[in-house]
Design a protein around this ligand. Structure first.
Ligand code: AMP
Ligand code: MG
Length: 524
């Protein structure tokens, strides 16, 4: 732990809430409130990421020390830590929600590692803050484990994301009504230490715009550019600098969402307070992984009515969210046209990234645009996958094993959920495989190289909801071995791992409608 060195620019350079007391309130004229984590009864290490520890310069002895569990459970600070909760607002489910803020997240500090990189350490579930509104500031083990596991899995999949250093059990229980159906129960509590260069969200800017606090808005934008986008800081014209920054945010977000579509990730709550200014996946709540391919699917029961955040809608929602950010920063840019251009760039970059990723998933060297070309080919495939109830990950992974000269469905057999639906989809899917096979042969790529390239973008192992749920069930019973094994498997999502076939299996029938596996709520 001696390795941890802090340089806390956010608290040093931005205005603080002058009120020292930790009670719930509206906070005006400030970017954050200083607040201490609330100690817990018996902090103990449940899991940790060796890659993130390594980034921070911590070794196994550090992580397994009693001091580590104490600090990362919220019971103490290391020298140099200056804890705070950030003030932000957000559009929730399409409506402006006013002040939200870090209601249960507390940043401990900005650590500078041996390579000079800045990594913010943030506890989630560390107790109440001035932004806790009506809630307790805590998090249950099931949701903390899901965040810990998925952020690391996303990183290994090559998807931009916040990271997670540790999962610490609190030795306390937290009461939650998981399905909001009047059945609250006491669940074990846990704290995740999340790690990212910055946890600033769209909502951090929106809150000041909504209140007409333009000076503060300007300060936060220029701070963000200086600290997190140093390559843009050289531009001396303030409006031009801010426009270039917004353009960069649009581009990063476009790539991010294309990755989600590539791997079958559904965020579940794409409110603007859950959108990272760095284009990272942030705030893992009722997220889910597509099992059978279905653009209409959302894991979030809280959103079951409108399905605003369903799988297939994510590219549009990200665009909508960027519109809100554009509106928020307009007062300190005062030019509409360049903001509109950046929003148009979002669509262009998203489409180009998406096509390129799909090209790679299908094993093609080039993408022929248009309905007569590969856009049409992909659209027909998506329709068939949805109609035939076909597992997305297994289909794309096994597509590499289909012989383009003699296409057959056998290599794809394990991807089907329902024999009856398979029977009706069979003929058409075979037709599609022939079309695809002809396309592949015409390109003439060497087969082995093509298969290897496909396997580098089509993951075999993803943290399917039922797998996470099995790790949760075991962890709640005191056994973290399943979580450790799962994390180990997810470190190499693109490599066949002999003996670990069960982690690649499609969702079993028992998990189809089980809470936690296909149904999740915001209660966490
Ligand atoms: P979410 O949509 O889950 O990211 O959360 C929306 C807002 O509610 C954020 O301001 C969170 O900090 C806050 N929040 C969520 N859960 C809790 C909790 N248990 N205690 C305090 N605040 C919370
Ligand atoms: Mg959030």
């Amino acid at each position: 732990m001696r390795a941890l060195r802090f340089d806390n620019r956010f608290v040093r350079e931005l205005p603080a809430d002058p009120e020292p007391d930790n009670h719930v309130r509206p906070v005006h004229g400030a970017c954050y409130s200083r607040v201490m984590p609330t100690p817990v009864k018996a902090p103990h290490l449940l899991a940790w990421s060796r890659e993130v520890a390594e980034i921070l310069g911590l070794d196994e002895a550090d992580v397994r020390s009693a001091e580590f569990a104490r600090v990362f459970g919220g019971n103490g600070l290391l020298p140099g830590m200056e804890p705070y909760a950030a003030c932000y607002g957000g559009h929730q489910f399409g409506n402006w929600a006013g002040q939200l803020g870090d209601g249960r997240a507390i940043t401990l500090g900005e650590s500078i590692n041996a390579r000079g990189e800045r990594w913010e350490l943030q506890l989630k579930g560390a107790g109440p803050t001035p932004y806790s509104r009506f809630a307790d500031g805590r998090a249950v083990l099931r949701s903390s484990l899901r965040e810990f596991l998925c952020s690391e899995a996303m990183h290994h999949l090559g998807v931009p994301t916040t990271r997670a250093l540790s999962l610490v059990g609190t030795g306390e229980t937290v009461v939650r009504d998981m399905l909001y159906d009047g059945n609250p129960r006491a669940e074990p509590g846990a704290v995740v230490c999340r790690v990212a260069p910055s946890f600033i969200r769209f909502g951090n800017f929106e809150i000041f715009a909504s209140r007409g606090e333009e000076a503060l808005l300007e300060r936060l934008i220029d701070f963000t550019i200086a600290r997190d986008f140093p390559e843009l800081a050289a531009e001396t014209d303030a409006a031009a600098r801010r426009i270039r920054w917004f353009d960069e945010v649009c581009r990063r977000t476009a790539v991010l969402v294309a990755h989600w579509m590539r791997v079958g990730f559904v965020h579940g709550v794409m409110n603007t307070d859950n959108m990272s200014i760095l284009g990272l996946t942030i705030d893992y709540g009722p997220y889910g992984w597509v099992d059978d391919f279905d653009p209409e699917w959302t894991p979030n029961t809280t959103d079951a009515g409108g399905r605003r955040y369903r799988f297939g809608n994510q590219p549009y929602i990200a665009h909508w969210n960027l519109w809100q950010l554009a509106n928020a920063i307009y007062p300190v840019v005062r030019e509409v046209e360049p903001l509109e251009r950046a929003l148009a760039a979002y669509a262009e970059v998203h489409d180009a990234s998406y096509r390129d990723m799909m090209r790679a998933k299908l094993g093609l060297a080039e993408w022929r645009v248009g309905q007569e070309g590969d856009d049409g080919l992909l659209e027909r495939l998506h329709r068939l996958l949805a109609a035939g109830e076909v597992d997305m990950s297994l289909f794309f992974r096994r597509l590499a094993e289909v012989d383009p000269a003699a296409p057959a469905l056998e290599p794809l057999a394990e991807a089907f959920y329902d024999p009856a639906r398979r029977a009706t989809a069979d003929a058409e899917l075979l037709g599609w495989l022939r079309e695809h096979g002809a396309r592949v042969l015409a390109e003439g790529q060497p087969a082995a190289a093509r298969r290897a390239a496909m396997n580098r973008v089509n993951p075999l192992y993803v943290p399917r909801n039922y797998l996470a749920q099995q790790a949760i069930d075991a962890a709640e019973a005191g056994d973290t071995a399943e979580l450790e094994t799962l994390l180990e498997v997810l470190r190499r999502p693109y490599d066949e791992q002999p003996g670990r076939e069960r982690f690649a299996a499609r969702r079993p029938d028992w998990a189809r409608d089980r809470p936690g596996c296909s149904m999740l709520s915001c209660s966490s």
